[in-house]
Ligand binder design. Structure first.
Ligand SMILES: CC(C)(COP(=O)(O)OP(=O)(O)OC[C@H]1O[C@@H](n2cnc3c(N)ncnc32)[C@H](O)[C@@H]1OP(=O)(O)O)[C@@H](O)C(=O)NCCC(=O)NCCS
Length: 296
């Protein structure tokens, strides 16, 4: 059975029926993804607006998909737009027959004409290594102990309260990237889509009104993981640590906190968090981290 290839056109070129078929596949490969994408769309960030899809279909049914994002970042002190490979999936009956390999080849030919650098996050580096991707070690960071400030913080409920959604979107738009070494600079579509997919939207974003800041928090290895600091001006370290509730449990940063503290200790990211792979000249030599909210 011959398969039909689509690819290289913006996601917005395709109609709702075409996307329903893609989300049928993606829901099979990544349970919860269609629901998370619908939530992100309700917040103003439709999936199709940001991705360039590459698909193979059999009689109108999508059987394999590779997406490419244009991810604006702060990287090694400079603005950069990096190709982000995402949502790579093949339906079970077609696995191990070279479909992902073929689509990655198509997608990377397209990427090579437009981007100097590509990246992705995965638990399966074997799939990507033959395409020139290599693992780059990432780190979590521990800042020196210090008494955390008493901060008033409030959990945002962007899915329940329109004013909280507005506040989150507006601070994402106005923010300074959270690190100069490596941070997202997207105006919200990546971070809120990933947060919708992971569930962090309802439990992770804390507003600190006194500093016009949001601290996004998650959990890792029994402690708090700082996922992001979203603010026009980064708040002082003690304020972030106060928001993380630092007194009685370990706190790690998922990205380099050099804007708040230049004496942080770098700790390798645990292997169960998956790996960052890059293709092209990765500019950073010194330790850096990448928040789970900025991965795809
Ligand atoms: C991973 C996935 C996309 C692979 O798709 P596929 O069409 O079966 O991949 P291909 O047949 O093109 O495989 C190409 C190569 O990738 C590697 N590979 C594929 N699946 C693999 C797996 N599950 N584990 C390790 N390596 C794998 C192999 O080297 C393979 O070559 P080989 O078959 O000659 O050994 C598919 O199994 C899938 O959809 N899984 C669920 C979703 C997922 O985990 N996606 C990846 C997220 S980063």
């Amino acid at each position: 059975m011959a398969l039909t290839l689509h690819g290289g056109r913006p996601g917005t070129d395709y109609d709702a029926a075409w996307w329903r078929s893609v989300f049928g596949l993606l829901g099979e490969c990544f349970p919860g993804l269609p629901g998370g994408a619908a939530t992100a769309e309700a917040l103003g960030f439709p999936w199709a607006d940001q991705t360039t899809p590459f698909t193979l279909s059999e009689q109108g049914r999508t059987v394999a998909h590779v997406g490419v994002l244009a991810h604006p970042m702060r990287l090694d002190g400079r603005a950069a737009v990096v190709a982000g490979v995402h949502a790579v999936g093949t339906t079970e009956a077609w696995r191990r027959r070279g479909l992902a390999r073929r689509l990655l080849g198509e997608a990377l030919d397209w990427v090579d004409e437009r981007f100097a650098l590509a990246k992705l996050h995965t638990d399966l580096p074997e799939v990507y290594a033959p395409h020139g991707f290599r693992v780059v070690p990432t780190h979590r960071f521990r800042t020196p102990p210090q008494p955390p400030a008493q901060v008033q913080k409030r959990l945002l409920q962007p899915l329940r309260h329109a004013a909280d959604a507005d506040l989150l979107r507006s601070l994402l738009r106005l923010r300074t990237p959270a690190s100069n070494r490596c941070a997202t600079a997207d105006p919200g579509w990546l971070e809120l889509t990933v947060a919708a997919l992971s569930g962090a939207l309802s439990s992770g974003f804390w507003h600190i009104e006194s500093h016009n800041a949001i601290v996004a928090l998650g959990e890792e290895a029994g402690g708090a993981l700082i996922l992001d600091v979203i603010a026009p001006e980064p708040p002082p370290l003690a304020v972030v640590m106060g928001a993380a509730g630092a007194a009685d449990r370990p706190v790690l940063w998922s990205f380099s906190p050099e804007l708040s503290c230049d004496r942080a200790e770098a700790i390798p990211t645990p292997p169960e968090a998956g790996v960052l792979m890059v293709r092209g000249d990765w500019p950073l030599g010194e330790p850096f981290g990448i928040s789970p909210l900025w991965e795809h």
